[in-house]
Design a protein around this ligand. Structure first.
Ligand SMILES: [Fe+2]
Length: 183
């Protein structure tokens, strides 16, 4: 179940707000310029399907987003819990960073934890299958796929080299909850 928790950036143990309602999550994130939508597949998709098959199941929403936002390329990324490089892949974006283009991800299956640091607040978003999240460029954030990562996501890009992580060097991400499939 998707979830938003909002914290003050100095109280990682006590969320000021917790909600599982998609409309409340979308409203809360809209306040900081982050997009959050739900998309439905027009045909069933299975793990192991070709990227073209996966994308065709969401063709109308993909085309609308590309039209509205001018994305130049799209890909499908898939990671299973037994991936041999999962630990290394998990570590890559675990610390606070930003990008010079929007980070836009649609979760076809599985889940992942995006945490955004805006002003003195921390917005932790558990994204599940059917969720699209759109993090504006320059918004500081981190992403945790967990120790047994499991997701298929469609990624949208504007620039060939835009999605480079610029790390802030803070330790805030280490003070906040990591992805935990039990909570
Ligand atoms: Fe990122």
């Amino acid at each position: 179940m998707s979830r938003l928790r909002v914290f003050s950036d100095n109280t990682p143990d006590i969320p000021a707000l917790v909600t599982h309602a998609h409309d409340e999550i979308a409203r809360g994130l809209a306040e900081i310029g982050v997009g959050f939508e739900q998309w439905n597949a027009t045909q069933p998709v299975q793990p192991g399907d070709a990227p073209e098959t996966i994308m065709s199941a969401y063709r109308e929403d993909i085309d609308r987003l590309v039209r509205e936002r001018g994305f130049k390329s799209i890909d499908v990324v898939s990671i299973a819990p037994d991936h041999p490089n999962r630990a290394e892949m998990r570590t890559k974006f675990l610390d606070e960073h930003f990008h010079k283009e929007d980070e836009v991800r649609f979760f076809v299956a599985g889940s992942g934890l995006f945490t955004l640091h805006v002003g003195e607040r921390v917005y932790e978003v558990l994204c599940e299958a059917g969720d699209l999240i759109s993090v504006p460029d320059s918004t500081t954030h981190w992403f945790d796929m967990g120790d047994e990562p499991n997701f298929i996501a469609i990624r949208f890009f504007t620039e060939a080299d835009g999605w480079v992580g610029h790390f802030t060097g803070t330790d805030i991400a280490q003070r906040f909850p990591r992805y935990d499939r039990e909570t």
